[in-house]
Design a protein around this ligand. Structure first.
Ligand code: SF4
Length: 227
């Protein structure tokens, strides 16, 4: 796959910016029709649960996280519930997920920071979100967008990263640089939808294991389908 992307890189780099923007608009329009109402797959009831679920979802599937949180979130609902937890005990409760010790520490510590510095409310800005433990731009974008409808950027997870590269929206590997490229290409009103639409397409057709280009609604405007 890396080889294929390398072939398309010169083509992607030479694509005029205006043309790329129009192509990006057409890609999103078609994928939005294929995946109407695309939305976050993690299950939660409170903003703190959302934050915990997103931290847990790093390098894990949403399905796995939902399996664990189905029972976990009956016990942990509020910021206080998470802040009062013993990190080691909490880690045992999520041990079915990868990096559980690190994630447990991030969740409990973040809850304590939220209680102490933000009056028990999940922060509403990117700058504040980034002061929490284990929270980078992807997590912050997901939480801000879903909890408050605050859109400061574009959440770039593994699917968004892969599709942005295959679709020729970015030649970068670093999620922060990919996010910057996407923010230049798409109008702000589309940023939130873009993430979940690309994720749905990345799960259904353009998967990490392979691309089903013949079934793809954007095959005629995707550089990766040409190689
Ligand atoms: S045409 Fe192929 S590579 Fe491009 S988005 Fe569709 S499935 Fe992915």
């Amino acid at each position: 796959m890396e080889f294929r992307r390398d072939i398309t890189k010169p083509w992607i780099r030479s694509e005029p910016e205006g043309y790329k923007r129009r192509r990006a608009h057409r890609v999103l329009a078609r994928l939005s029709r294929r995946y109407p109402g695309a939305k976050i797959a993690l299950r939660y009831r409170t903003s703190m649960q959302l934050l915990a679920a997103v931290i847990m979802s790093a390098q894990a599937t949403d399905k796995k996280v939902n399996e664990i949180t189905a029972a976990l979130f009956k016990k942990y609902k509020t910021v206080d519930d998470f802040a009062n937890a013993d990190p080691r005990r909490f880690a045992e409760e999520i041990r079915a997920i990868g990096f559980y010790r690190q994630k447990a520490l991030s969740i409990v510590t973040s809850a304590r920071i939220i209680r102490e510095k933000f009056g028990g409310k999940i922060p509403r800005t990117m700058e504040e979100m980034l002061t929490l433990r284990g929270v980078a731009r992807k997590t912050a974008n997901v939480v801000l967008g879903n909890a408050y409808g605050v859109v400061e950027g574009i959440a770039v997870d593994t699917h968004v990263r892969r599709l942005s590269q295959r679709l020729g929206f970015s030649t970068e590997d670093d999620p922060v640089k990919i996010e910057r490229d996407l923010m230049r290409l798409f109008p702000k009103k589309d940023w939130f939808t873009l993430t979940y639409t690309l994720i749905d397409h990345g799960r259904a057709i353009c998967t990490a294991r392979g691309r089903k280009c013949s079934l793809c609604p954007v095959k005629d405007i995707c550089p990766a389908s040409l190689v």
